[in-house]
Design a protein around this ligand. Sequence first.
Ligand code: F0G
Length: 452
Amino acid sequence: MEPYRIKAVEPIPFPSRGDREQALTRSGYNLFRVPSAQVTIDLLTDSGTGSMSAAQWAAMMIGDEAYACSTSYERFDAVLRGITGFPEIMPVHQGRAAERVVFSTLLGPGDIVVSNTHFDTTRAHVEATGSQALDLPSPEAADLDSDHPFKGNIDLGALTDLLAGPDGHRVKAVVMTVTNNGGGGQPVSLENLRRVRAVCDEHGLVFLLDASRFAENSWLVLQRERGHGYREPVEVARATFDLADVFWASLKKDGLANIGGVIGVRDDPELARRFRQRVILDEGFSTYGGLAGRDLEALAQGLSEVTDPRYLADRADTARWFADSLHKAGVPVVRPAGCHAVYVRAGEILPHIPAHRFPGHAWSCALYLEGGIRAVEFGSLLLGSGGGSAPHELVRLALPRRVYTRSHLEYVVDTAVAVGRIADELPGYRIVGDSPALRHFTAVLEPAPHAG
Ligand code: F0G
């Protein structure tokens, strides 16, 4: 059961079928453009959508809004140094701000960055420097049915081959994203991370850790990986951070707050100085990084709560129960479930819709029309900007932290089953208005009832 009770509640909207149809049409069939007042259950993202604890709300009242070196910064810095062991901690306003600072400092045209899977903003910031972002997910990730425990790993064989090949000298850094959001929210093993460290040492590469969901990854390592000798999630987290040269995180996830991000540098004062200069230019003075003092307080408290084993056990159990319930009801999902989301295999539900007509998007629109549930396509619309198609046509049902109960998720399962009943009738979609980067946020679409 949830290891907390509810102290404040917020009514949820119940738009009528007619309201939903109008909202979807008006949005250009893009769920990012649907007003949240027209959404009953919002599973668009687990980012910045969590509920704060009573202790976090209380901490916000003592936020110190001094421009420089506030006591709230000192608390934020102390908590993060305690968890990560990194001496240099810089707040930024969210994850992609950290990515911009890190990549614009480290990379130049022609460089290659390798990852277990770049998240969309990570890829966009690598490419904005003229570098190439290369995904080398582990081969096990391709099998959506296998119960391999660490489908978020990087393919070490492919990494070694790349480094030995003609482009090997262009590789500057490896980004390990834990958990692997672009790769089905799957965890990365400590073993895999340790071997990446060894490869980085051998080839003089920078090991970059995207730690946005570090606590959830640590929990899944504790549950699934034998022989590491750790007993507490916080110990696994520390062992993970110990392997990286630089880390960043969107703290809108495991920071348990609604805004925030961070960059950490281990033992390179010159690099830390260059990052800090960029933070001052882009974000604000380097002890607030675009955040209010009260945000730093909420984050310091949230980061102290997120490694609680009872909280993490409930989060992982809920995701597993949700995935199992969908599976038993005949809705195919990626298994095993991670923590932050369940990924529905929409391509298999809608085999009559080809990749270029976005079956994941079609399924998401139907889920919204049937039950006012908002999810996000993780298929060829999100991943295929260059005209390519995604390896799998998925829809992510993300789980905001401490927000929805199991009865809300039972409603989602029932609605997904209802969509399955009308699957044959659902149209694909075509893009009628596009943008060059991160197109899924702004694209305008229309139903395309015929496949061509
Ligand atoms: N890295 C990862 C692994 C992420 O999942 C995200 C955001 C970011 C970086 C960027 O952080 O949003 O704070 O700027 N993921 C959200 C999501 C948006 O819905 O998965 P941000």
